[in-house]
Design a protein around this ligand. Structure first.
Ligand code: PLP
Length: 373
């Protein structure tokens, strides 16, 4: 977490800080906590260029995605039962769509091209008279590939179709302008922007409760869209982190570009490298690369105590599943099973990058020699 975010969080935890329940407005302590929540909401709205009232706090982007998609689909079932997304979305979107499929919705999963890109035409071609909802991510979490969400938003607005964007990887890193682009729902996560885990928000255009069925029922907080006591400390931590990310946006981007260049230069000593995802339309902080003749598992295990790299997906009970994102891009075989995701950020140093690149080169070379022996 960013130190500024930790400090903002800490100020809400101690007896001398803003510790009270922000819904307890009958005393000054609750009022102070409520004030922190509303100032945080404004800070977030400022970054996303939206109205503060349209920001609903959740436990993270997973919940935001569930609330947006299930909430919208269930509340609007009478208007149509066709919903669209892409096969390269985060699991929190794909699994929610799978659930909606089980309860009677027709789903179209758009397939990105080999570089991970979805086109506006593809979206338009998939629309039917009964389409009510489209959900597409801004930046892919495994490849860093950026989608044209402004283009999608404009194409869908004229058709009166609700558009949800999973912006967990892009908020604070790319400019998001909800004033200019007709996006209806947008998910953000706290821990992807050097804020705390377990906090996020959902932007709900005009906060139209009528168009989102809540997942939870309770005390009426967040206008009943997401009831439950607001975690003041998490909210203050996230708002501070997002504000900071936004202020540092250009510097962070440039820094990540420099690190990316250094890293690629380092690993380019190896041959048999495949960079996955459109290298022109991606964020510099994520690199997805396959090493010919080396499985991702063996490389990850060889480096597990030294370098934090991963294959695209989480592994259950030791069985590594190939990335659904790369599969959706038509990547197969060695290139699929050899893909690793490497990311770096604001606090990564150039020395760390060069060292990690060297270690990867050494291990890839060793594993290739072993395979030939
Ligand atoms: C991390 C991530 C999520 C989930 O966010 P949490 O806050 O961890 O629940 C959803 N979508 C994308 C693209 C992500 O990168």
């Amino acid at each position: 977490m960013a130190i500024e975010s930790i400090e903002a969080l800490n100020r809400c935890c101690s007896i001398t800080g803003h510790f009270a329940n922000p819904a307890s407005l009958q005393h000054v302590f609750g009022e102070e906590a409520s004030d922190i929540v509303e100032k945080s909401r404004k800070k977030i709205a400022n970054v996303l260029k939206c109205k503060a009232n349209d920001v609903i706090f959740t436990s993270g982007a997973t919940e935001s995605n569930n609330l947006a998609l299930r909430g919208f689909a269930l509340a609007n079932q009478n208007k149509g039962n066709h919903i669209i997304t892409s096969a390269s979305e985060h699991k929190s979107v794909l699994d929610t769509y799978k659930h909606l499929e089980c309860v009677g919705f027709d789903v179209t999963y758009l397939k990105p091209d080999n570089d991970g890109i979805i086109t506006i035409q593809q979206v338009l071609d998939a629309i039917t008279d009964s389409t009510i909802l489209v959900s597409l991510m801004h930046v892919n979490n495994e490849t860093g590939v950026i989608q044209d969400i402004a283009g999608f938003a404009e194409a869908l607005a004229s058709k009166g179709i609700c558009f949800h964007v999973d912006a967990a990887q892009s908020a604070g890193k790319l400019s998001i302008d909800l004033e200019s682009f007709p996006i209806h729902l947008l998910s953000v996560s706290g821990h992807k922007i050097y804020g705390p885990k377990g906090i996020g928000c959902l932007y709900v255009r005009n906060r139209k409760m009528s168009y989102l069925a809540p997942l939870l029922h309770g005390g009426g907080q967040e206008h009943g869209i997401r009831p439950g006591t607001l975690p003041t400390h998490q909210i203050a931590g996230m708002a501070t982190a997002l504000d900071l990310a936004n202020k540092n946006r250009n510097a962070d981007y440039e820094n990540a570009t420099t690190l990316q260049r250094a890293f690629i230069e380092q690993i380019s000593m190896l041959d048999g490298l495949y960079f996955n995802g459109d290298q022109e339309h991606k964020l510099p902080n994520i690199i997805n690369v396959s090493f010919e003749h080396v499985s991702a598992d063996s490389l990850i295990i060889a480096l597990r105590d030294e370098v934090a790299i991963a294959s695209g997906s989480a592994c259950n009970s030791g069985a590594v599943e190939a990335s659904h994102v790369l599969r959706s891009m038509g990547i197969e075989g060695d290139r699929l099973y050899g893909a690793v995701r490497i990311s770096f950020g604001r606090y990564t140093t150039i020395d760390e990058i060069i060292w990690a690149g060297q270690r990867i080169c050494e291990e890839v070379t060793r594993l290739r020699e072993l395979a030939l022996a």
